[in-house]
Design a protein around this ligand. Structure first.
Ligand code: HEM
Ligand code: PLO
Length: 487
């Protein structure tokens, strides 16, 4: 650390032109891995300049918890960035909106709405099971040839969040669903490239081609969301709340009726409503689908893990009924596998950047107001003082000596973040991943198609850590050949 009148700042990387050449040694490493490697030279907490912005990179779990939990409110800000501003109409959403009354209000509303229609009630389990059944049914027809599971996994996950947000679902060849797949890919491929990734000289060029794709994709998304809002406004009578959009409209109406200025203060404008559902819809689809794809990719690499999960399901659930949420307790190996997938390939390896709302500190280091703080979850999840052979995929690390699932065998594990910015969809995502995987693995064995090479495990860094395309052969398991799958 650099000492300055008794104040100690984090080590700082040399300024950009020099880093340019320095970083080129490990050229084209994705940022989370580069930031992890830089610890060797600069320690676990260091800073760098990105344009005029001062950025602090946190690689150790104690520092991460100080930022997220102990000083959560101090570090609850978010930076503004050109691309996320386009996505969110200048940060009028939850994920990219900075700490404010409006942010608090929307977060609370969504949280309440999600628990009302889903989490904690049987309603959500029913919705997920319906989609799991539908997924299994389409997989039956694809047994004879190699299958890219991504589109159908995405549809299953989309339909769950569609039910929660809009009380609708998509059929297989629904044109609106296809449109959604296209715009969402356009957004994932381009958004946040300026704020996070452009720390790196070789990615700093943000081509106008990307910007055009982003704008076009956001316009298509906005049109779709606008239509949903219009439909809901026409149908909603102020009483019966069927989904998240109804809940938001009800909050808006009751504020307007109260004749208060609060709705201005907390921003219950149409823009805010649209951006809030946009967040939940977008996060709901891209994150959970990504985890499922990583899980399948790892099961192809580790067929013995798949066999163990299936043995557990066969023994504890059997073939007479489908898996239910309460089976989580009796399927610890599946649960451990999911935890391990979230460790080894975190969906958001750098979370979303945080911002210091006032002068503060992390450990012994002084952190000035407005500093951007990037938590490198990758470093936490691959810290070899915390995890034995961190690169190895091993669900057993999440089991105790009696074979029970341990939620967090190390404090260096935060797949959903923590504190006041913790993921809003954690409970929902966990239910979905558990049910979809247990349904599929109860019925099918997933194998590498003859002649294909194993799926890539590096991933592609972006606003989420994406999985490259791959195919599987999904074989209906022996025991199911004579059973009617639709039940
Ligand atoms: C934020 C992980 C699924 C909604 C986050 C963050 C992480 C995360 C790491 C950032 C925390 C931070 O910046 O400190 C995950 C993982 C998921 C998942 C691993 C799947 C397994 C979902 C789902 C939803 C959702 C299904 C929607 C229902 C959100 C929202 C935020 C968020 C709205 C922003 C919260 C805020 O800034 O206040 N998530 N997420 N996530 N997530 Fe998730
Ligand atoms: C995914 C593409 C969608 O079209 C728009 C969208 C909205 C919210 C974003 C999400 C994208 C990516 C994952 C994010 C989520 C908010 C919280 C979540 C960033 C860009 C995570 C993992 O932090």
């Amino acid at each position: 650390g650099r000492k300055h009148e008794g104040v100690k700042y984090p080590n700082s990387l040399p300024s950009l032109p020099i880093i340019g050449s320095l970083l080129h040694i490990g050229s084209h490493l994705p940022p989370h891995i580069l930031f992890c490697n830089l610890q060797k030279k600069y320690g676990s907490l260091y800073s760098l300049k990105m344009g005029s912005h001062y950025v602090v990179i946190v690689n150790h779990h104690e520092h991460a918890k100080e930022v997220l939990l102990k000083k959560g409110k101090t570090f609850a800000g978010r930076p503004r960035a050109v691309t996320t501003d386009i996505l969110t109409r200048n940060a009028k959403d939850i994920a990219f909106g900075t700490y404010s009354e409006s942010w608090k209000f929307h977060r609370k509303l969504v949280h309440a709405a999600l628990s009302m229609f889903g989490e904690g009630t049987v309603a959500i389990e029913k919705i997920i099971s319906r989609e799991a059944a539908s997924l299994c049914k389409t997989m039956i027809h694809s047994q004879s040839c190699p299958l890219d599971m991504a589109p159908e996994l995405t549809r299953a996950v989309t339909n769950v969040v569609c039910a929660l947000c809009f009380n609708t679902r998509y059929r297989k060849s629904d044109p609106e669903f296809k449109e959604m797949l296209t715009y969402s890919k356009g957004i994932v491929d381009t958004v946040a490239k300026d704020s996070l990734v452009d720390i790196f000289p070789w990615l700093q060029i943000f081509p106008s081609k990307d910007m055009n794709l982003l704008k076009k994709s956001v316009a298509v998304r906005d049109k779709l969301l606008q239509k949903k809002l219009k439909d809901h406004k026409e149908r909603f009578c102020g009483e019966e709340v069927n989904d998240l959009l109804d809940a938001l409209l009800k909050a808006k109406l009751s504020m307007e009726n109260n004749n208060s200025n609060i709705s201005q203060e907390v921003g219950l404008t149409d823009d805010h409503l649209l951006m809030t559902v946009g967040d939940i819809f977008g996060a709901g689809v891209e994150t959970t689908t990504t985890v499922l794809k990583w899980a399948v990719a790892y099961l192809l690499h580790y067929p013995e893990v798949q066999t163990k999960i299936q043995d557990e399901i066969d023994l504890k659930v059997g073939f007479g009924r489908h898996p239910v949420l309460s089976d989580k307790r009796i399927l610890p190996y599946l649960d451990a596998t999911i935890s391990e997938v979230l460790r080894i390939r975190p969906v958001a390896p750098l979370l979303i950047p945080h911002v210091a709302l006032k002068d503060s500190s992390i450990g012994e280091y002084t952190i000035p107001k407005d500093a951007r703080v990037v938590i490198n979850l990758w470093s936490l999840h691959h810290d070899d003082t915390q995890w034995e052979n961190p690169e190895e995929f091993n669900p057993d690390r999440f089991l105790d000596e009696n074979g029970n699932h341990v939620y967090s065998p190390s404090p260096s594990y935060l797949p959903f973040g923590a504190g006041i910015r913790v993921c809003l969809g954690e409970a929902l995502a966990k239910m979905e991943v558990f049910l979809f995987l247990s349904w599929v693995l109860q019925r099918f064995s997933l194998e590498l198609p003859d002649g294909d090479s194993l799926p890539d495990l590096q991933g592609k860094f972006g606003v989420v850590l994406q999985v490259k395309k791959f195919q599987v052969r999904a074989k209906l398991r022996e025991a199911w050949k004579n059973i009617d799958i639709s039940t």
